[in-house]
Write a protein that binds this ligand. Structure first.
Ligand SMILES: Cc1cc2nc3c(=O)[nH]c(=O)nc-3n(C[C@H](O)[C@H](O)[C@H](O)COP(=O)(O)O)c2cc1C
Length: 214
C-alpha cells in the first residue's frame, strides 16, 4: 500500500477497508498537536465534547485493570480557585532567587484563558500489587486518549506539568486522601484561535529502533 501520508491521490487504486482504517489511525495520531491556552479562543467547551474526552480517557489500558486515572475538571469560577491555589503554592515553594514574576503572572492567565482545565491524577492501588511506574504509565495512556480525542474534534489541548503539580500540597488540595496518590498534569482544553492547524515534526524513527533477529 501507499506508505506516504497522502491518501488522496486519484491515480491510486481505492484503499481496502484495512488500509482505510490504518489511514484514519495515521491521520489521527500524526495530526494530534499541543495547542496552548494563549492560542485558544473564547468558545466554550460543550458538555458532550468534554464527556467524549473523559469517556475515551477511561478506555486506556491498565495492568490488572486498576484504572488509576482520576480527573478534576475545573471550569467557570473553578478555574480561578485553581489559579489562586497554584499561584499561592508557587510562591510558597519557590526560593526567592528562583522566583520568576513572569511565571507567577502566567499561571492564572493561562488557567483563565482555557475554558476547561483538568487536573489528572494517579490513584495508587491500596495493595501496591502493580508497580507505581505502571500506574503512571496507565494515566499517561489515558492522557494520550484525551489528546487524540481532542484533536479528532478539532479542539486545542495541552498537557502541562509545572513542578508544583507533583507536590503533596497539590494532592491534598485536590482531595486525594492517600499520600501515595499523585497529580500528573494539568490538561488544558479549548478551541484553537487559528484556522491553521499546527505542523508537527519528529526525528526519523529508524534511529530509535534496534532490530534483533537472532
Ligand atoms: C509528560 C508530558 C509533559 C509535558 N509537559 C509540558 C510542559 O510542562 N510544558 C510544555 O510547554 N509542554 C509540555 N508538554 C507538551 C510537549 O511540549 C509537546 O507534546 C511537544 O512539544 C510536542 O508537541 P506536540 O504535542 O504538538 O506533538 C508535555 C508533554 C508530555 C508528554
Amino acid at each position: 500500500m501507499n506508505s506516504s501520508s497522502d491518501f488522496s491521490d486519484p491515480a491510486l487504486p481505492p484503499l481496502d477497508p484495512l488500509s482505510l482504517r490504518l489511514a484514519a489511525a495515521n491521520a489521527l495520531i500524526r495530526r494530534r498537536r499541543t495547542i496552548k491556552p494563549h492560542d485558544m479562543d473564547e468558545r466554550p467547551v460543550a458538555t458532550q465534547h468534554l464527556a467524549a474526552i473523559l469517556e475515551n480517557a477511561n478506555w486506556a489500558p491498565s495492568h490488572g485493570m486498576t484504572e488509576p486515572w482520576r480527573f478534576f475538571v475545573f471550569t467557570e469560577d473553578g478555574r480561578q480557585r485553581l489559579a489562586d491555589f497554584c499561584q499561592h503554592l508557587y510562591r510558597q515553594i519557590t526560593p526567592e532567587h528562583e522566583f520568576k514574576s513572569s511565571k507567577y503572572e502566567k499561571l492564572p492567565s493561562q488557567m483563565l484563558k482555557a475554558p476547561v482545565v483538568i487536573a489528572v491524577a494517579m490513584k495508587r492501588q491500596a495493595s501496591e500489587k502493580i508497580a507505581e511506574i505502571e500506574e503512571i504509565e496507565a494515566v499517561a495512556c489515558a492522557i494520550q486518549n484525551m489528546y487524540l480525542t481532542a484533536s479528532a474534534l478539532g479542539m486545542a489541548a495541552f498537557w502541562s506539568t509545572p513542578p508544583l503539580i507533583y507536590r503533596d500540597e497539590m494532592r491534598q488540595w485536590l482531595g486525594l486522601s492517600d499520600a501515595r496518590d499523585k497529580c500528573l498534569g494539568l490538561f488544558y482544553l479549548g478551541w484553537p484561535a487559528s484556522e491553521e492547524w499546527p505542523q508537527g515534526k519528529r526525528d526519523d524513527v529508524t534511529a530509535k529502533v534496534v532490530h534483533i533477529m537472532k
